[in-house]
Design a protein around this ligand. Structure first.
Ligand SMILES: Cc1cc2nc3c(=O)[nH]c(=O)nc-3n(C[C@H](O)[C@H](O)[C@H](O)COP(=O)(O)O)c2cc1C
Length: 218
């Protein structure tokens, strides 16, 4: 009888303590992205001819390949020897992090590993902006400045450089979308304190802009 109780207690312990811990550890594993395809796309001048803002999105998801290509175009590593990126940054700070809000989770793009780190397994798209389409579009990128990488002490320069560096990334996203027939809009109309709180950002992390990406509404 005593032995049976001990076995039951062990099973209960495994079910309540160990199994959920293992499951949540598995959930936290980064999602490896497919290798970005760097040989496609339309010629630059044609892309510039069609670059535009659109606010009408279909709910259709982006494939992992398209997401990988998008993130690489946005701010991926294009010179592996130096670790430099597809967009410039002041003093090569590389201080802008790209968070990716989808229906499945909030991720953080890791350019070096070409992976998405899971920040939270929750759909926070609605928090990424005050416009209705953010909830239904498949991807909302959130550009977050990591001020711990910003070495200037001048507060005006901090604002100027983090905003400029975000602009370059955003334009890369615009150009990629124009090339791929995707719709996109960069956005500043965001309740930033609410979003920063929801994302669990540190005081030295600031949301600069967000950018919605998806297929055009048919
Ligand atoms: C810094 C910045 C912030 C913007 N914020 C918003 C926004 O919050 N919501 C929105 O719908 N569009 C936003 N836009 C998009 C502009 O409205 C759009 O770029 C402009 O109307 C010109 O259109 P075009 O991009 O098609 O040339 C923003 C653009 C920039 C550059």
């Amino acid at each position: 009888m005593k032995k049976t109780i001990t076995i039951i207690a062990c099973l209960v312990f495994v079910a309540i303590v160990i199994f959920p811990a293992l499951t949540s550890a598995q959930e936290q594993k980064p999602v490896l992205l497919p290798t970005p395809q760097m040989d496609g796309g339309k010629p630059l001048m044609q892309v510039l001819k069609t670059r535009s803002t659109s606010r009408e999105f279909s709910e259709e998801k982006l494939s992992m390949q398209v997401l990988s290509n998008l993130l690489w175009a946005a701010f991926g590593i294009n010179r592996p020897d130096s670790g430099k990126r597809t967009a410039p940054s002041a003093l090569n700070w590389q201080e802008i992090d790209i968070y990716v809000a989808t229906a499945d989770a909030l991720y953080l793009y890791d350019a070096a590993k070409n992976a998405l780190n899971i920040v939270m397994p929750e759909d926070i798209r609605a928090y990424t902006g005050k416009q209705g389409f953010v909830k239904i579009a498949p991807v909302n990128l959130v550009f977050v400045a990591n001020l711990s990488k910003v070495t200037t002490k001048n507060e005006n320069d901090k604002i100027l450089y983090t905003a400029s560096d975000t602009g370059f990334i955003s334009q890369n996203v615009y150009l990629f979308c124009a090339s791929e027939g995707l719709a996109t809009v960069v956005r500043g109309y965001i309740d930033k304190p609410a979003l920063e709180k929801k994302m669990g950002l540190r005081p030295d992390q600031k949301v600069i802009l967000s950018q919605t990406v998806g297929y055009p509404k048919k």
